[in-house]
Design a protein around this ligand. Structure first.
Ligand code: MN
Length: 448
């Protein structure tokens, strides 16, 4: 399964908006992306200034589209991801196919329509790439998403958060070697979600993606480096992460929409480029809906699993848009006893260490509707009893308000569930029941 297939399916579902205006990769396309961000369509830029190819973005921009990509619905989404994490399946390797249509002789990154997103950004940045690497003995394989700053025609800077690829890079460095990587751009949403999944070191995320694609993912070996790429990727850069060369990376905007700090990061030398003849370049707006969903959704699953262990039932979880899909969670539960919601809060903070503020509500509250959540806080929450404050905890490095020296932050939990000790009628939401006929009149007039 490829991004192309998925885009065709989305065209028939009227989820794609074609932008015909000629736009520059410098700020103009990203301005469009920001303007169409929340619940927006997939955007295809048909006319990119100074480039022949097209740019696509916001493919993974809504939960509905991700559900479609994983062949499930909102109720089945977390379970589908959990199953794939637990039982990944070895992905088949094929000899030839799609992305090998064109193998470039001349490496020149400036021929790729990479976007410059925000005004203070240091350079164009590749933001939708999944990076595959393996250990020297071949026993460990890893796939993860990394931002890549274009330095010149043949070099990129890669941001390595101290996780799995960072570990593989250090293992190579200790052996005095560069680390080979395949940088794949324009892959099916299931592969992007798999690469964003918090599975253990040693689990190959391509094999997770393979389960999500019903055993239908296929890989090819790269021509110049010891790494693999999805055969149906639009574009693959073959590279080597240098064991010794580093540059100051950034400035660049991260998930909260603020500029990340600049740090020394390793340089990637690009030694091969292959792509489909008419490849589409996939862009992804930093801090936009796709960024929030791809990073946040897998952590909603972790919160859901963790809270499910301490309360009878978790109804829904939302790492909310206002919290940048990362710092704020709303969790709706069915509780049995007063105090359950406090345990739910503790379980949520344990499951997602970057979480800063969490609200627990009853199952009649829509976790995706911030007005509904605020209503629950207004009518069901008493700060003197229902507020949880945890000081000096480790939080997210992306939280601008955390202590800049220690990185410590305060966490707040809000129990906005109805207290079982007080009369139920006091909390009842007034309803109006009418027959289908009257409901129909209203729907028609409102056009829904
Ligand atoms: Mn990993």
């Amino acid at each position: 399964m490829s991004l192309r297939n998925f885009l065709r399916q989305m065209e028939t579902k009227k989820q794609v908006l074609h932008v015909k205006h000629e736009l520059s990769t410098r700020f103009e396309i990203s301005y469009f992306l920001k303007s169409f961000d929340n619940e927006g369509p997939i955007l295809v830029f048909d006319s990119v200034k100074d480039y022949e190819g097209k740019v696509v973005a916001n493919v993974c921009g809504t939960r509905t589209r991700l559900c479609f990509a994983l062949n499930t619905d909102e109720n089945g989404l977390y379970g589908r991801l959990e199953d794939a994490w637990r039982a990944s399946k070895k992905t088949k390797i094929v000899a030839d196919g799609g992305v090998k249509q064109v193998v470039e002789r001349d490496i020149n990154l400036s021929k790729i329509p990479v976007l410059t997103h925000f005004e203070k950004d240091a350079a164009p940045y590749i933001t939708s790439a999944v990076v595959h690497a393996r250990s020297a003995d071949g026993n460990i394989e890893n796939v993860s998403v990394h931002r890549l700053q274009v330095l010149d025609r043949k070099h990129l800077a890669i941001r390595l958060v101290p996780r799995h690829l960072f570990k593989l890079w250090n293992m190579a460095k200790d052996a005095g070697r560069d680390l080979d990587v395949a940088i794949s751009i324009g892959v099916h949403p299931a592969v992007l979600l798999a690469a964003s999944s918090p599975v253990a070191f040693g689990v190959n995320e391509f094999d997770v993606g393979n389960v999500l694609l019903n055993n239908d993912l296929r890989l090819i070996k790269c021509e110049h480096v010891n790494a693999c790429a999805p055969v149906d990727a639009e574009l693959v850069l073959e590279g080597r992460i240098s064991a010794s060369k580093e540059v100051v990376e950034g400035p660049f905007v991260d998930i909260t929409g603020t500029y990340d700090v600049q740090r020394k990061q390793p340089v990637v030398e690009v030694v091969g480029v292959m792509h489909r003849e008419d490849y589409v370049y996939e862009a992804l707006l930093p801090s936009g809906a796709e960024h929030r969903l791809l990073m946040g959704l897998p952590h909603e699953v972790l919160i859901w699993e963790s809270v499910s262990k301490v309360v009878p039932r978790v109804h829904a979880v939302n790492l909310s848009v206002g919290g940048s899909g990362w710092l704020h969670a709303v969790i709706s539960i069915e509780k049995q006893l007063d105090g359950d919601a406090k345990n739910a809060l503790l379980a949520a903070f344990a499951a997602h260490p970057s979480l800063k503020h969490a609200v627990v509500v009853d199952s009649d509250i829509n976790v995706h509707d911030s007005v509904d959540v605020e209503w629950a806080i207004a009518t069901r929450f008493q700060a003197s009893e229902d507020l949880l404050v945890i000081q000096n905890a480790r939080g997210s490095t992306l939280d601008s308000s955390a202590n800049q020296e220690t990185g410590l932050t305060s966490k707040v939990g809000i129990d906005a569930t109805r207290p079982l000790s007080k009369p139920k009628e006091k909390f009842e939401r007034a309803k109006i029941h009418v027959d289908k006929r009257v409901e129909g009149f209203v729907r028609k007039l409102r056009g829904v």
